[in-house]
Design a protein around this ligand. Sequence first.
Ligand code: ZN
Length: 136
Amino acid sequence: MQANKRSNTKPELIMRQRLREVGLTGYRLQWKVPGRPDIAWPGKKVCLFINGCFWHRCPYCNLPLPKSHVDYWVVKFENNQQRDARNLRELEEAGWKVHVIWECQLKKKTINQTLQELLPQLAVELDKPLSKTPLP
Ligand SMILES: [Zn+2]
């Protein structure tokens, strides 16, 4: 997706652990569709992006630009955002259900609320029952 893309970041590992806990398994990592979603169920055309707040310019965090090389960062971030938007559009046009989860939504204080909304929705889309409620 971009040069800084790494797999197995901490938020990704947390998300995968929580998915396994409720029985939403069978996902694939970095599936070969636009944007290489971090987690995907290709058979159901459901995918998750776990976005880093800095690189993808999280709308919740609204992080300030770095203080030096501002022009560079403005262009860089615009490119990132445009690419994300394009990938999302292509996936949706191809019939995928796409969930974008931000790094900050998986912090200690926020993760339970995030998962309480996300997991039941995923369960429906994947046509799988949750093996337990997504509570701590
Ligand atoms: Zn954020």
